[in-house]
Ligand binder design. Sequence first.
Ligand SMILES: [Zn+2]
Length: 276
Amino acid sequence: MYYFDPHIHMVSRVTDDYETLAKMGCVGMSEPAFWAGFDRGSVDGFRDYFRQLTEFEAKRASWYRVQHYTWLCINAKEAENVSLSREVIAMIPEFLDRPGVLGIGEIGLNKNTKNESIIFCEHLDLAMKTDEQILIHTPHLEDKYQGTRMILDMLCDDSRIDHSRVLVDHVEEHTIRAVLDEGFWAGMTLYPVSKCTPERAVDMIEMYGPERLLVNSAGDWGPSKPTAVPDFILAMRLRGHPESLIRRVVYENPLKFFSQSRNFHFTPPEVYQPAV
Ligand SMILES: [Zn+2]
């Protein structure tokens, strides 16, 4: 089955992973900007990272007939440096018209601090002024419930935001309902050490249905599994769900959400020919 991974950090992965993903049916992916494992020291560090995301990563993906898209921001973990964050936010528009840039993300909260909230709102303001979609990271484990609530409140307080153009990622059983009830899209992240398992994601599809729900691997430099979406496909089959429902969650839903971005020009895999 063809599928699309809406959240994966391929700059942290080797080229063999692209080959494996392509063999397993991955035909498209979107890569949010994130924390590199260390705090970057200058705005030029981010400029080079955004060049890697928009120039090289899409090319590397195309070697395996995978269509690669990306999102730009400074991650919440680096938001404590408010002055650097503001320099990065001011620089992002240089890249917003590049091919494959879908919007602002993954913004959000990490430890739910005041500075994180300030920089989150300044990203929202940039997205509204530039008419971009938004992809959101919600915090881990003990910070998740409160952080998700804070994020939803900040989103709902800004009347300019179209909720159908916002994806709130890393939802779990205790946060999914609030996200869907407000009209946002929700992403379930299949991660071996925290977040969600394939089986729990199937549970949530059974409880809430497929409307505005996505699954992703969030594969990155830590313990993670870039092939987690095929694990979900298998878990759905083993529960007896029809192929049409599985396809809706792993392929049709991502295309529907991303199609709201002016830079999303997805070619059906049957006819896709990379330019390079
Ligand atoms: Zn991520």
